[in-house]
Design a protein around this ligand. Sequence first.
Ligand code: URA
Length: 195
Amino acid sequence: MPEGTKPKHPKIPLEELAAEVAQCRKCPLAEGRTHTVFGVGNPHARVLFVGEAPGKNEDLQGEPFVGAAGKYLNELLAIAGLRREDIYIANVLKCRPPGNRDPRPEEIAICTPYLREQTRTIDPEFIVTLGNFSTKFILKTERGITRLHGELLHAGRFKVFPVFHPAAALYDVRKREALENDFFTLGELLKGQRE
Ligand code: URA
């Protein structure tokens, strides 16, 4: 290895990471959970979607985006020419915050090493950040999603495309329009028809 090159640890297989997450008791969210929600999808996906945290349905089923926001996400994926089986979906937090409150900074700090490893293992070309929490975490920015959505950005070797959270857009027509436009743009980016 050339001098000055940081040694990298090997990629951790997703099954191994999922087993570790299932046992995790590093923060108090472990006490209230039914299931951890590690993530699902194609382990070799070109596009990784990152949401915020499991809601009630996700906690009960142990899978991300299975509730109302998940149904809407499926429609959005179709706009971009994607199917659930093409992509990987994970969240910033692997356990449900009580009453779906916002993730706390200390929970994000404790939980995100799992997301970081998951991202290294999947090694996607694109990361689509759904909403403020994942956008701020992935881009290490304080700029909000309202300003950033629909712009192709970069974090290290990853192309990052922030969009509104589908749950936030469900009851807000303006966000819904923006989100659907952004998924159309995502489809074009994936087809290489836009820079
Ligand atoms: N909202 C999220 O951010 N993630 C889920 O898994 C479900 C709803």
